[in-house]
Ligand binder design. Structure first.
Ligand code: NAD
Length: 272
């Protein structure tokens, strides 16, 4: 069901499915999207300081009537705030905006060269002090993880990366799996470009949409997924993926779409 969780490497339970809120406007739009999602049964929300909607996320959570421990809230430290002290400061700002005592998952948003290790050290401090229930990274490729794991104390619980049928990063998948790092998919729905014949064909065989086929493929691949929508019918559609199963053959045919094609920035070469 929609409340199914994966156990992270520190024993914390994280829902397999969450609502992404990138480009969802702060205020009424994000509050409505989250209210709809929570009503449908979502329990996990993925935001970031840079999305500019933490206050709206906080209001939606506060007015949900759900107990805090039923919800799983992720946010991320933005690139311009990386470094040890500045990350601690950015965290306080996120916590204040979200109006939360603790954050469930705090991520280093991008591997800013020369800074991400100090940033991660701040996350370790926040974790040890109990302000965050789990810490992790985002957009880290194998060289970044090798570098970080060479010196960190706490293995990241999660690595959130672009993951969609045309970019499956099999080496990164097995690297993370072998080290107990849960992979999480951003832009799982190809940013809405779902006009992919194979996905539609598989969908027809199951009475499901291309979006649902991808999200089911994420789950069966052992990857946490956070589709974004502000439309209630789509938020519901994206959660209706727990009542069918893709065959091994269908899984293999989707995996074969991989061509290493990115929609977003390359973590080896970004400048923001
Ligand atoms: P997505 O792949 O989830 O696509 C979202 C878009 O797909 C929507 O805007 C809508 O146009 C369309 N859509 C949604 N549901 C649909 C449906 N059922 N049928 C047809 N169209 C549908 O893209 P995303 O927002 O880029 O990624 C999801 C989340 O991942 C973000 O909201 C954010 O939380 C996170 N993210 C993180 C990073 C990072 O650097 N860590 C980067 C990008 C996104």
């Amino acid at each position: 069901s929609i409340t199914q969780t994966t156990e992270l490497n520190n024993g914390i339970q994280m829902p397999w499915l969450g609502l992404g809120v990138y480009k969802t406007q702060d205020g009424a739009q994000v509050e409505q999207a989250i209210a709809d999602a929570l009503e449908i049964g979502y329990r996990s929300i993925d935001t970031a300081a840079i999305y500019g909607n933490e206050e709206g996320v906080g209001r939606a959570v506060a007015s949900s009537g759900l107990a805090r421990e039923e919800l799983f809230i992720t946010t991320k430290v933005w690139n311009s705030n990386q470094g040890f002290e500045s990350t601690l400061k950015a965290f306080e700002e996120s916590r204040r905006k979200l109006k939360l005592e603790t954050i469930d998952l705090y991520l280093v948003h991008w591997p800013v060269a020369g800074k991400y290790k100090e940033t991660y050290r701040a996350l370790e401090k926040l974790y040890k002090e109990g302000y965050v229930r789990a810490i992790g990274v985002s957009n880290f490729l194998i060289p970044h993880l090798d570098d970080l794991l060479g010196s960190c104390e706490i293995v990241p619980a999660v690595n959130q990366v672009e993951f969609q049928p045309f970019l499956t990063q099999p080496d990164l998948q097995s690297y993370c799996k072998d080290r107990g790092i849960q992979l999480e998919a951003w832009s799982p729905l190809l940013q809405g470009n779902l006009d992919v014949p194979l996905l539609q064909e598989i969908g027809r065989a199951h009475g499901k949409s291309a979006a649902q086929v991808i999200l089911r493929w994420d789950l069966q691949s052992g990857i946490v997924t956070i589709p974004k929508s502000v439309t209630k019918s789509r938020i519901a559609e994206n959660a209706d993926v727990f009542d069918f199963e893709l065959t091994a053959e269908e899984m293999a045919s989707i995996n074969a779409l991989n061509e290493g094609r990115r929609l977003g920035s390359d973590p080896m070469n970004f400048n923001f």
